[in-house]
Each structure stands twice: as structure tokens, then as C-alpha cells.
Design a protein. Sequence first.
Length: 256
Amino acid sequence: MVVLGNEKGGTGKSTIAMHMAVAFANAGGRVGVIDLDVRQKSVSRYIENRIATVARTDVLLPVPTVYEMAGDTVEELAELTMTAMREQDLVIIDTPGSATELSRAGHVFADTLVTPLNDSFIDLDVLGRVEPETHKVLHPSHYSELVWDTRKERARVGRAPLRWFVLRNRLSHVDARNKRAMEEAIAALAQRVGFVSVTGLGERVIYRELFLTGLTLLDVRTPGVAIDLSVSHIAARQELRALFNGVGFTDIIPGG
């Protein structure tokens, strides 16, 4: 079970969830997606756009199975998750960028937690408080405490330790002072609260453009897909491959 989680919006959770789902499906695995952002439903809309593209173009693309929440109760989520786990080889849960009861409940099911984080001290604040002049970590923040509680609950019921990866996402291609300071702060926080820091995706327009057609970077070489492969696409695919390797995702891709 992979959960995309962060109590901050706009960090790329749905984009990464979709790319993970398609990677797994491309490798022949059965993959289900549960979207806990019951208002915006970004990953659900992404998959709807993909279904529409398949219907419009007849291009053969694997489509993840979406498990829709009819309501917003923790009991329904537990039942839906159990159903998805019985029917699929991998289940991916995409959580909203806010602290909701459903989001917190979704974290409990995670074997692997992936937290995309914009390369900004504003976003880092949800994980830990940083001293403004030295950029030293003062103490963990509310989201780190949520993950700590989740780990304790897993240990209490005898489940395997949670694997937690924090992705520095939407990276600038300029080696700015702020970027170096973020690297140091995240490295210090990783040691303190127990996550693995992974380089995420760069700031590229292509990710926003692909949403409208439901396509991913993994589809650009598929026959019939009308996307011209550019240098930017190639660089983005390399970033995605490095991200997958960093979170150990290739370990759970069938044949990968």
C-alpha cells in the first residue's frame, strides 16, 4: 500500500500518484487508486481524462481502477481499502492537502508513505520548524507528529515498520542559496524524525499539460500518442526514473 500524504496542497501528490499507478499497470500489475480528496478529486479527474482519451483515440493505455468514496466516513474507507487490497496487486491512496479525518485514517494503511514537498521553507514548515537565521531544525511540526503517531499504531498492532520518503519536488534548476539551505535543513530533519530524502520532479509545464489528456510521461512513446518527444520530456523521464529508484518503487513493479 502506497500513500501520498502531506498536509499542504499543491505539492504534486496527484501527479506522482498517477505516474506510479501507470508505471505499475504498464508492468502488468493490477492497480487501484483511492482518492481521499473528496472535493477536488485531482487524481480521479486525471484518470477520467485518461479514459476519455482512450475512448477518443482508441490508443491502448492501461487505466488504473478508481475506488470511489460514496461518503466521508472512516468506516467506509476501511471497507473500501480492504476491497481494493483483495482485488488489486497494489493500492495507491492519494490524500488531500489538509488535515482531515479521512486523510489521517488513510495514513494508517500505508506500508510506504511518500510526501512530496515543494522546495520552500513554507512547505517545510509542516514537517519541522526551522530557525530563520541559521536554518537549524528547532523541532518537528504537526505532520511529522502525525506520522510518528501512525508508526506507533502500526507497532502496536504488529505491522511492519512504515517506510517514509520525502520528495523535494518542483525543484528549481538554479543553484540558489535557498536551495542549498533547504538541502541542509531537510537532511537534519530526516535524521531527527526518520525519513529518507529523495530528489523529486523539477518545475516543468509538461506535468500540468498532461493532466488534461490523462497522459503521463510513461505514455509518450506509446504508438498513437500525439506528443512530440522533446529534450524536456527526456529530462523529465530521467527525473521520474530517479524518483522511482529513490523510493524503491521498482521493487514492487511486476518484473521490474
